[in-house]
Design a protein around this ligand. Structure first.
Ligand code: CUA
Length: 158
């Protein structure tokens, strides 16, 4: 079969780009620990501020130093806004929304959740070193979306 030189050139370019994208996906999954969501748990968004764990959001520390952070992402604030967790210990974030779609991203880490009303988003991570991390909402949720932020303070374990 006769294939024009420029046609062949573009075919190889397109094939090369596809291969490059595939390598990028595998690299971010393996090296950057970027994984698709694997947790499905539902909740009634209309009653979660009245009763249950999300009515009293906060940090609970369990035996062995494991921390569980229960949070609400709502218009236009994270509850609680400032979270203190220990370094070097597993920290599980459980987040839901009573209103609209929000995001929960801890800048500088691979923690990045979509927070949809009706669902509980959960992720477990370990902060290697003490420090302060900015938390941002990365899903456009309304006029003050850009003001929706919080802070994670990672403290040296006592
Ligand atoms: Cu909440 Cu953007």
């Amino acid at each position: 079969m006769q294939v024009d030189r420029y046609e062949r050139y573009w075919m190889w370019t397109a094939t090369g780009m596809l291969a490059l994208f595939l390598v990028a996906i595998v690299l971010t999954a393996v090296v950057g620990s970027a994984h698709p969501p694997s947790h499905t748990e539902t909740i009634d968004p209309e009653t979660l501020t009245i009763s249950g764990e999300f009515a009293t959001p906060g940090v609970t520390t369990h035996a062995g130093g494991r921390a569980v952070v229960v949070m609400r992402a709502e218009l236009y604030v994270f509850q609680p806004e400032v979270i203190r967790v220990p370094a070097g210990r597993p920290v599980t974030f459980r987040i839901t929304s009573p209103d609209v779609l929000h995001g929960f991203q801890i800048v500088g880490t691979n923690v990045n959740l979509t927070v949809a009303p009706g669902y509980i988003s959960e992720v477990t991570t370990t902060f290697a070193r003490p420090g302060e991390y900015l938390v941002v909402c990365n899903e456009f949720c309304g006029l003050s979306h850009h003001l929706m932020q919080g802070k994670v303070i990672v403290e040296a374990p006592r």
